[in-house]
Ligand binder design. Structure first.
Ligand code: FES
Ligand code: FES
Length: 161
């Protein structure tokens, strides 16, 4: 069994850990670090539920080893809002537009949108909508998610085909 020391930042907090070489980032975040907002569905990169942000990019944490996150900045859904009494604008839009039911897919959806909108360039609605092709939602039929994205992008439903 190979063990490795890693040091990374999770939601702005630096921490050190010792992990097995084979440990997935998703398992490390959920089990060792306690960030259970990282949901695990398919465990092979298809459903998008485990999506987190690593150094500014949306990443499937079930396809990344914890050792690969050494010296990285990781953000989970728990680290998105300014404080525990507020919602990030993406979370607020999802709430306002009833874009979730069971909520299993929701952290991954939110983190993909956060990665895309967190940079200097603001993607258009079409780009944001296309990103949802990487997320499986079994509940909503995607219409609420679509409305939330249009709200975020500042476009009305009427403008969309
Ligand atoms: S659990 Fe990672 S993509 Fe499904
Ligand atoms: S809200 Fe249930 S899977 Fe998306």
């Amino acid at each position: 069994m190979s063990e490795h020391k890693i040091e990374l930042s999770i939601n702005g907090r630096r921490q050190q850990a010792t992990v097995e070489g084979r440990m997935l980032l998703s398992d490390f975040l959920r089990v060792d670090a306690g960030y259970t907002g990282v949901h695990v569905g398919c465990e092979h990169g298809v459903c998008g539920a485990c999506t987190v942000i690593v150094d500014g990019l949306a990443v499937r944490s079930c396809l990344m080893l914890a050792v690969q996150a050494d010296r990285c900045e990781v953000t989970t859904v728990e680290g998105l809002a300014a404080d525990e009494n507020s919602l990030h604008p993406i979370q607020q839009a999802m709430r306002d537009e009833h874009a979730l039911q069971c909520g299993f897919c929701t952290p991954g959806v939110v983190m993909t949108l956060a990665a895309l909108t967190g940079g200097a360039e603001k993607p258009d609605a079409e780009t944001l909508l296309a990103s949802m092709s990487g997320h499986v939602c079994r509940c909503t039929g995607y219409q609420g998610i679509r409305r939330a994205i249009l709200k975020l992008a500042g476009e009305s439903e009427a403008k969309q085909p």
